[in-house]
Design a protein around this ligand. Structure first.
Ligand code: CP
Length: 297
């Protein structure tokens, strides 16, 4: 694997290899060492989980991590991101993790920079492939009957890069029933995989897994599109709305959460919540991704 850009570019075998390696790292703490590899996370959007877990993953594999603050880099003097990457590559940095608001930018950079590895750490509304892989890992850890599962993804399906990458991943794995729950204005014209509904009850009924998406308040403020109180009334994941789900339903959220808006604290911190397991698995999955880039599958 040269780059890690989007789930649709991975075969089922590629995904199986990543999962197998991530579980291996989780259960065997003796990690291989790649001290000749230098990694630069370039984050043009805010992040806690993705950034820290990729940095930890690199450090656990004994890779060197270079911290460039893009807000104080020479890009502020007009240097392009492409020139920034060429400049860092000239210093023998081989692997770049890029989070950016522009859809497709990591892929475009990968096409223009053949000598390095690029990881998509989340691009605009397009893709968040490492999040999808760690989510699949977290589900596989609990449930083995993937073709029998009903999974509901609830929230702003239209603008969510996580929802897009998850649809690709669940399509590859043949998840039995995928329901995308959103108010009509946040529904895409067509699902890549699964069916779309505006009914939270329909989505949650007999669900084995519920993935609650973050309400992107920063985007709503700009677009002024949806009343948050109404969203809470109609789509919040609460003890009451979950009553129709399976008793052993898994509750997941990619984070960061808006407690009291899209999810109640009682649910987020409750016995069916796997939100912190997602975060924990993220480090192991990202170790597997980094290793696959430098070693191949
Ligand atoms: N899930 C996720 O991408 O979280 P961060 O924005 O904190 O990286």
């Amino acid at each position: 694997m040269k780059h890690f850009l989007e789930i649709s570019l991975l075969s089922k075998t590629d995904m199986e290899s990543l999962l197998q390696r991530a579980f291996h790292f989780k259960h065997h703490k003796a990690y291989p060492k790649y001290p000749h590899i230098t990694v630069a996370p370039l984050f043009y959007e805010n992040s806690t989980r993705t950034r820290v877990s990729f940095e930890l993953a690199a450090q656990r594999l004994h890779m060197e991590v270079v911290h460039l603050n893009v807000q104080t880099s020479s890009e502020q003097k007009g240097e392009s991101i492409l020139d920034t990457i060429h400049t860092l590559a000239a210093m023998d940095i081989q692997l770049f993790i890029i989070r950016h608001g522009q859809d497709g930018l990591p892929k475009a950079l990968a096409e223009q920079c053949p000598g390095i590895h690029i990881v998509n750490g989340g691009d605009g509304m397009h893709a968040h492939p490492s999040q999808a892989m760690l989510d699949v890992m977290t589900i596989f850890e609990q449930k083995s009957n993937i073709p029998d599962l009903k999974i509901a993804i609830v929230g702003d399906i239209l603008h969510s890069r996580v929802a897009k990458s998850l649809q690709c991943a669940f399509s590859t794995w043949g998840v039995g029933e995928l329901v995308l729950v959103a108010p009509p204005i946040w529904q895409p014209a067509k699902a890549h995989y699964g069916r779309i509904t505006a009914s939270l009850e329909e989505g949650l009924t007999d669900a084995d897994v519920v993935i609650c998406l973050r309400v992107q308040k920063e985007r709503l403020l700009a677009d002024d599109l949806y009343d948050l109180q109404r969203y809470r009334q109609e789509y919040a994941i609460t003890t009451q709305t979950l009553a129709v789900a399976k008793p052993d339903v898994m509750i997941m959220h990619p984070g960061p959460m808006n407690r009291g808006l899209e999810i109640d604290a009682q649910v987020a911190d409750g016995p069916r919540s796997f939100i912190l397991q997602q975060v924990q698995n993220g480090v192991f999955m990202r170790m597997a991704i980094l290793e696959a880039l430098v070693q191949g599958f």
